[in-house]
Each structure stands twice: as structure tokens, then as C-alpha cells.
Design a protein around this ligand. Structure first.
Ligand code: AMP
Length: 452
């Protein structure tokens, strides 16, 4: 299917061509015709699927036909609510790009910056407003804008807005938009609260679901480690001895878990930071910039926070905690192996996560090779190895592999944790060369002097 078969008008087709898009993505193919008919849409699609164009193109096309836009002062006719300023900026860029051949004005407002420029833009008049909920409410309360002319309303990444605690603001805003409107809700996941919100806001919506890219999962080299909960951090540290783990995205289930893990990684001298809903916009952006710039080796994230991340050169994804739903496993895998790179992913599975693993295996319809690994549990090992030059790190990694990793290709339901635990003590001493071991005090001293 081509874009022209979707009944898109020429000026938008030209802009799409300039963007270099040749064929519509599945979400575009499904959503554009329905939205052009004026129907409400409830879509589950995540970043990277082309969802922005899927709602921007029909809105721009509808606005193009609004004569009012050309005759009088511009009125806000389309409102797009987004959870973060980065996403809001991206959406603004998309709208401006797709409407570059026509006279449509798009502006963006979000918090964390002075409102002065935003006030000026609002005074001049605009057709499309992209906003984060908090700042938008602020400006409305100051009487700087009205939503009484909005005809097209989009809630983008609704589940993330829920996670970030914006849902009440969103509800307040929606009350200020006329009932007579077209509403679109996009969300990567559809938990109960989002479905409830969708029922309140949408009228007979058409449900669109983009098939998750299960097919690409088999391009990712996946490995599975059975490990007790308490040994997960040590296992991660052991794996990080391998310099090939250059740029690692680690998923934890909770924000608290992410913070705790970052603290532990830092105590080992691993450059790490966390991104999740409790972190300020600025801190998240900073962490992301540092990660992309290779100043951070490990980025620990919760699923929702990781959603908007677009990093091409990610060497490894690690499921420190297995995800609650198999679909999320697939989404996480999609974070690596981008831009034609072969991705690699490790999953840690503790006893209580066994049922989650079974569901994942069933969903992806393939086995995940199990790697046996005996956790060292000594900070010293990592600390020492980090100090050596790359060459010796590499040779040490070979030793590690030889001594500690036995790859078994068959997926096994049985747990090896007991066996590993049972041999751990002997193994620890036997496999850690004496020159690699430091007493706890030595370690502390080294660490203290480092941090001073
Ligand atoms: P989104 O899911 O909206 O964040 O879009 C992800 C990326 O895909 C953006 O960089 C878009 O520019 C790009 N994109 C959107 N639609 C298409 C398409 N039909 N063909 C190629 N790239 C696209």
C-alpha cells in the first residue's frame, strides 16, 4: 500500500516524500483512513511504530479544509497532550514537517522553562497545540488560552501519563474541550485505568492494535540465567566484566528497584543512572544524553520510562527482572538490534518469576538458551578487573567464560539455583585468583579514596 492510496492530499504527500517515507507503517495504514472518516480511535502502539504521523496526518488534512483558519484569527483547533517535553517537541516537529506545504501553525508548551515565549506564541494565534498537562492547566488558569474551539483531541502515550501522575490533570483538561470533537487515544499498554479513561473520553472508538514485532525477536541473541533474587546484582556485575557490554539498558520492575540497583552499580565503580517516572524531566534527559554519549555504561529503567528512548547503538538489554507481560518482553527486545545491529539480551529469572518465564517462552514460541553461571559475589573481582587494561580484561573474560559459563541449548524448566548455591563457596575461592582478591577493608579503603 502507498500513502496516495490512503486518500491523503497532495501537499501532505509531498511533505511525506520529503521525509523519505515510502510506504505507510501498519499503524498508519490502519489509523489514517478511520481518522479521516472522523471516527474516534483507541490505539495500542508504542514509539517507533510511526504513531505520530498516524494521528498528525489526518488532523493536518482536516485543518487544511477549515476555511475559518484562513479567514479569522487562528484558534486552537487541535490539542495533543503528551507526558514529556521531549515527546511534545518531537510531535511538534512532526506536525511542522508534515504541514510544511501549508499555512498551519503548530506550537508547543511544557513546564520547566519560562512561560514567556509560550505566552507570546499563544497571543499570536495557532492551530495546533502540543502540551504537557501541568503547564497547560497553569496557562489556562491564568486566562492565557481557551480550549473552547478544539475539535481534535489526542492523548499520546496515555499509560505514561498515568504512570507520571498526570491523569487528574488530563481529566480536568478534557472537561474544558467541547464534547463535539474527535478523540484519539494512543497507549503502548492498555491497563484497566486506561481502558476506564478511554470509556469516559471516546465515543464508539475503533480499536487499533499494532502487532508487536515478535518476528524480530529471533534476530536477537537471547540468553537466560537462573539466579536467586539476592544474587541478581552480583550476576550483573560478573557480566559487566565483559567489555563487550558497552552500552547496557537494564530493566527493573520498580522505580525503587531501579534506584537501588544504580546505587549498587555505582559502589562498584560502574557508571550508571536510572530513568523512571519519579525523576525530574531534566534529570531523565541528562541521563539519556549521557548514555547516548557513552558517558554512562548502564542505564537502569522501568518499562514506562524506557518507552520513548530511541537509541540506535545499544549493545545489550538485560532483564534484571522479568516483565509482567510477555508483550513487554518483546518490546524490551526491540530496544536492541536496531539499525541492522545484531542485538543481545540477557534475562535473569528467579524462582518466583518462573511463571513469567513460561508465559514468555509460550509467547515468543522459541526457547531461550540457558547459561549456567556461578556468581562470584566479590566486589573485589570487578574492581580489580576494571583497573586493568582492556587487553587483560579481555583475557580475564575468557577465563570467566571457561570457568563459569556452560551454555546449554535446551530450555529447561528446572531451576539450577540450588546447585549453584551449593557449589558457590568452593567455587568462589577456587576461581578467584589470589591477586584478584582484596579484604573487605582493602576494598573499602580503595573505594573511599576513589570517591574523595
Ligand atoms: P513515532 O512512532 O511516531 O515516534 O515514529 C518513529 C520514527 O519513524 C520517526 O523517526 C518517524 O520519522 C519515522 N516514520 C514514521 N512514519 C514512517 C514511515 N511511513 N516510513 C518511515 N519512517 C517513518
Amino acid at each position: 500500500m502507498s500513502f496516495s492510496q490512503l486518500n491523503i492530499i497532495t501537499p501532505i504527500l509531498k511533505a511525506i516524500e520529503q521525509e523519505g517515507y515510502t510506504i505507510p507503517s501498519p499503524i498508519q495504514e490502519q489509523a489514517i483512513p478511520i481518522l479521516l472518516e472522523g471516527k474516534d480511535v483507541l490505539a495500542s502502539a508504542q514509539t517507533g511504530t510511526g504513531k505520530t504521523a498516524a494521528f498528525a496526518i489526518p488532523i493536518i488534512q482536516a485543518l487544511y479544509h477549515q476555511e475559518q483558519r484562513l479567514l479569522s484569527k487562528r484558534l486552537i483547533q487541535a490539542l495533543i497532550l503528551a507526558p514529556t517535553r521531549e515527546l511534545a517537541e518531537q510531535i511538534k516537529e512532526s506536525f511542522r514537517n508534515y504541514s510544511r506545504e501549508m499555512s498551519i501553525k503548530t506550537e508547543v508548551i511544557y513546564g520547566g522553562v519560562s512561560q514567556k515565549n509560550q505566552e507570546v506564541a499563544l497571543k499570536k494565534g495557532l492551530d495546533v497545540l502540543i502540551a504537557t498537562p501541568g503547564r497547560l492547566l497553569d496557562l489556562i488558569n491564568q486566562g492565557l488560552l481557551t480550549l473552547s474551539h478544539v475539535k481534535y483531541l489526542v492523548l499520546d502515550e496515555a499509560d505514561r501519563m498515568l504512570d507520571m501522575g498526570f491523569i487528574h490533570d488530563v481529566k480536568k483538561i478534557v472537561k474544558l474541550v467541547p464534547e463535539q470533537r474527535q478523540t484519539m487515544l494512543f497507549s503502548a499498554t492498555l491497563p484497566k485505568e486506561i481502558m476506564k479513561l478511554a470509556n469516559e473520553l471516546l465515543k464508539h472508538p475503533v480499536r487499533i492494535e499494532v502487532t508487536p514485532p515478535e518476528a524480530m525477536v529471533d534476530k536477537i541473541k537471547q540468553s537466560l540465567y537462573y539466579v536467586s533474587k539476592k544474587d541478581k546484582t552480583h550476576l550483573l556485575i560478573d557480566l559487566l566484566v565483559n567489555p563487550k557490554l558497552e552500552s547496557v539498558l537494564v530493566f527493573t520492575r520498580t522505580k525503587h528497584g531501579a534506584n537501588k540497583l544504580v546505587k549498587e552499580l555505582l559502589s562498584y565503580g560502574v557508571k550508571a543512572d536510572a530513568i523512571h517516572g519519579n525523576k525530574s524531566q531534566n534529570r531523565r534527559q541528562q541521563a539519556l544524553t549521557d548514555f547516548k554519549g557513552k558517558r554512562l555504561r548502564v542505564l537502569v529503567a522501568t518499562d514506562i520510562a524506557a518507552r520513548g528512548i530511541d537509541i540506535d547503538e545499544l549493545s545489550h538489554v538485560i532483564n534484571y527482572d522479568l516483565p509482567e507481560t510477555p508483550e513487554t518482553y518483546v518490546h524490551r527486545m526491540g530496544r536492541t538490534g536496531r539499525a541492522g545491529l545484531s542485538g543481545e539480551a540477557y534475562s535473569f529469572c528467579s524462582q518466583d518469576e518462573k511463571s513469567l518465564l513460561v508465559a514468555i517462552i509460550k509467547h515468543i514460541k522459541m526457547d531461550i538458551p540457558v547459561i549456567e553461571h556461578k556468581v562470584f559475589q566479590e566486589k573485589t573481582k570487578f574492581n580489580q578487573v576494571e583497573k586493568q587494561n582492556v587487553k587483560s580484561v579481555e583475557s580475564k573474560t575468557v577465563v570467566d567464560k571457561k570457568n563459569n559459563h556452560t551454555k546449554t541449548n535446551a530450555f529447561r524448566f528446572g531451576f539450577e539455583v540450588k546447585k549453584n548455591d551449593g557449589t558457590k563457596k568452593n567455587h568462589q575461592k577456587g576461581n578467584t585468583p589470589s591477586n584478584m582478591r582484596l579484604s573487605t577493608n582493602q576494598y573499602r579503603n580503595k573505594n573511599n579514596s576513589k570517591s574523595k
